[in-house]
Design a protein around this ligand. Structure first.
Ligand code: ADP
Length: 495
């Protein structure tokens, strides 16, 4: 047991931090070859916990248990499943302080944001607990006088889930809640950087009475073996993945042999557009929220800020003043707004984007000096006079860097915004109604924020177009990802 004092001493319920994986109904503390990996606090570098590094064989055992458990779970009424999920939701809320603390310690985001994420995650559980009772089918008039057609929806079966480190609570919540609600079982693998949040949720699921085998948590150093097992195991009906577009492509390729169903939430390159008729102060607020949440490490973060020429200088001045005032530090300290990045690779990418932008004529107006807080801290940075040939325009930066581009016309900025293989989210600020409809319809993305920088909610369908993904999470559409449609043609009916 190495669970670090900084974490343990602050927890109300110390049993929420487990150094074990959950395979079917069993907590696995050690694996036969003794392989383990450490979880670090990115703000301090201290080791928080040590976890067993499970293999593909362990994942296979979890799938076998899940298959068995799923059959019984699917037979229960929606109301029954709903009751278990509601109980889990209740425990999730009761343990808000501890779940947020665990999240901040392993992920780095400020405690206030971690609390927001835990509540956001819980909202999916509540939503789908309610939806569990409403998985309606259809009756279609037959195509002959003695025929009737019934359409029923059935759970796909066992689902493999792979989640990233940026939202260790909410990303699994968005998957496990609809899956369990409609009668599926889930075998999940958290990112190696942030497995403690998902494990704490599994502890609460046990307490809520979720039957054994329905939710396994496979801890592993890397995702490759788990991904191969999920894509090649015929008992896995579907894989749901949130992470990079590159890994999404790998899973799609690997799943081709078995035509594996896939739900993919991949990368973004969100445009954030400020038109000349916008409320500039509101646009600055929206840009701060869309850019700097989780230190810029979200797939819906504003990656490219486009501002119309007439209002360019005003926006740059107001926005950079706000960015300069952001407080950077350890997320556990009160008042901190920007925590560390997750690892050295993330820091290197942000620095590379800044250096490349400077080489190509961009001017750093906030954040030029390196942070003294530690190797994973990057000061919030604003670059003006950004141009399309810069790396930050084509690649997702995933860090606290805001590039500001200048544009002249509506058609020009629509073309610029859409000039990317990604299509997750887009934002714009404008007041003219005809312009609002034109731009909202023209943006090639799955989600548009108009005069708002925050779009995530359990009541709306989250997902992307183009190479940003497949399927939707949340809302009534979110259940569809875990359901098959079957139609029954009933003959011999009264003519
Ligand atoms: P990031 O660059 O943000 O870490 P990744 O897509 O690499 O994004 O990681 C997201 C999740 O995918 C993590 O849980 C990671 O372990 C997992 N992963 C990484 N590579 C693979 C792979 N080849 N197959 C399956 N999962 C993978």
């Amino acid at each position: 047991m190495v669970v670090h004092e900084t974490l343990l001493s602050r927890l109300k319920d110390k049993t929420l931090v487990v150094e074990a994986a959950k395979v079917g109904g069993k907590w696995v503390r050690d694996v036969s070859d003794g392989a383990r990996f450490d979880v670090f606090n990115p703000a301090t570098g201290v080791v928080l916990a040590s976890l067993p590094a499970l293999s593909a064989t362990d994942a296979r055992c979890a799938v076998a248990d899940a298959k068995h458990a799923q059959k019984a779970w699917a037979k229960r009424t929606g109301r029954d499943r709903s009751a278990v999920l509601k109980c889990w939701h209740q425990l999730w809320i009761e343990n808000l302080d501890d779940l947020a603390l665990i999240l901040t310690c392993e992920q780095g985001k400020p405690l206030a944001e971690a609390r927001g994420e835990v509540l956001y995650g819980a909202s999916y559980l509540e939503w789908f607990a309610e939806e569990a009772k409403r998985i309606y089918g259809d009756i279609i008039p037959g195509h002959a006088e003695n025929l009737r057609i019934l359409v029923m929806k059935q759970p796909v079966g066992v689902v493999g889930a792979i989640t990233p480190w940026n939202f260790p609570n909410a990303m699994i919540a968005r998957k496990v809640a609809p899956a369990l609600a409609v009668g599926c079982a889930m075998v999940a693998k958290p990112a190696a950087e942030t497995p403690l949040s998902m494990l704490a949720l599994a502890v609460l699921a046990d307490r809520a009475g979720l039957p054994d085998g329905l939710f396994s948590v496979i801890t592993a150093r890397s995702g490759a073996d788990f991904g191969k097992e999920m894509t090649s195991n015929p008992d896995v009906a579907k894989i749901t993945f949130t992470g990079s577009t590159e890994v999404g492509r790998i899973l799609m390729r690997q799943g081709a042999d078995q035509i594996k169903k896939l739900g993919l939430e991949l990368g973004g390159n969100a445009p954030f557009i400020v038109f000349d008729d916008a409320d500039i102060d509101a646009a600055v607020d929206g840009a701060m929220a869309a850019k700097y949440r989780n230190a810029g490490q979200t797939c819906v973060c504003a990656n490219r800020i486009y501002v119309q020429s007439v209002v360019y200088e005003t926006f740059v001045e107001k926005f950079s003043a706000r960015v300069a005032s952001l407080r950077v530090g350890n997320g556990l300290e009160s008042g901190v707004e920007i925590g560390p990045l997750i690892n050295a690779g993330s820091v290197a990418k942000v620095r590379e984007h800044i250096a490349d932008a400077i080489d190509r004529g961009g001017k750093v107006i906030v954040g030029s000096e390196p942070s003294e807080l530690g190797p994973l801290f990057v000061n919030p940075t604003v670059i003006r006079d950004a141009t399309s040939d810069m790396k930050l325009s084509r690649e997702e930066t995933f860090g606290p860097l805001a590039p500001i581009f200048r544009f002249e016309t509506v058609d020009e900025v629509i073309a610029l915004a859409n000039d990317t293989e990604f299509g997750l989210s887009g934002y714009f600020y404008a007041r003219d109604m005809a312009r609002i409809f034109k731009v909202a319809e023209a943006l090639e993305v799955g989600m548009v924020g108009v005069n708002t920088g925050l779009i995530s909610t359990e009541v709306a369908p989250f997902g992307g177009v183009k190479q940003s993904g497949l399927g939707r999470e949340g809302s009534r559409y979110g259940a569809d990802d875990y359901l098959e449609i079957k139609y029954v043609c009933l003959g011999g009916q009264a003519a």
